[in-house]
Design a protein around this ligand. Structure first.
Ligand code: ADP
Ligand code: MG
Length: 162
């Protein structure tokens, strides 16, 4: 799967789509979640983390103030939120580079605040408001990480963009 765009109509649909993504991720992988506040980045993360078995959905909360949460009941997942990070940093000054030496899945909200050099496979996901409870989710999967994603059952209005 190269790239894909779907529209969800509720937080539950976004959670379900996150679970479908999470079920297909194998460490190491870096998941970059771009999109403004309320776009659904953390909601999608809850689905990804729960499908990986690293934590329950309710245990996944926004690491806005702590910068990073680690979930490791099974798979190891780091959930990073750079919203509060004022300036442009690189992995080293944020102390995140250690994560990228582990067999982990690293999920980053506000990745545009990061300068990134990694040999890890990268999955880029953009979330956008599309009216009320609708969110457009665009996945850029140049490395074929979600090769087996197929047709997510939760996805409505789904159409490949490449
Ligand atoms: P972000 O992490 O991008 O700031 P959150 O996931 O924390 O966003 O919040 C998304 C908010 O939008 C939640 O309050 C959620 O209930 C609401 N919402 C409404 N519709 C959707 C949808 N289709 N997908 C995800 N969240 C939605
Ligand atoms: Mg968030």
């Amino acid at each position: 799967m190269a790239s894909r765009r779907i529209v969800t109509h509720s937080p539950e649909e976004t959670l379900a789509f996150g679970r479908e993504i999470g079920a297909r991720l194998k460490p190491p992988v870096l998941v970059l979640l771009a999109g403004e506040l309320g776009a659904g980045k953390t909601t999608l993360t809850k689905g990804i983390v729960s499908a990986l078995g690293a934590a329950e959905e309710d245990q996944v909360t926004s690491p806005t103030f702590t910068l990073v949460h680690k979930y490791d009941q099974g798979a190891v997942v780091y959930h990073v939120d750079l919203y509060r990070v004022g300036d442009f940093h690189d992995l080293e000054t944020l102390g995140l580079e250690d994560f990228l030496t582990e067999q982990a899945i690293v999920i980053v909200e506000w990745p545009e605040k990061l300068s990134l050099r990694t040999t890890w496979p990268v999955l880029r996901i953009q979330l956008e408001h599309a009216g009320e409870d609708m969110r457009q989710i665009t996945i850029e999967d140049n490395q074929g990480i979600l090769e087996a994603l197929g047709n997510p059952s939760a996805a409505v209005d789904q159409r490949p963009i490449i």
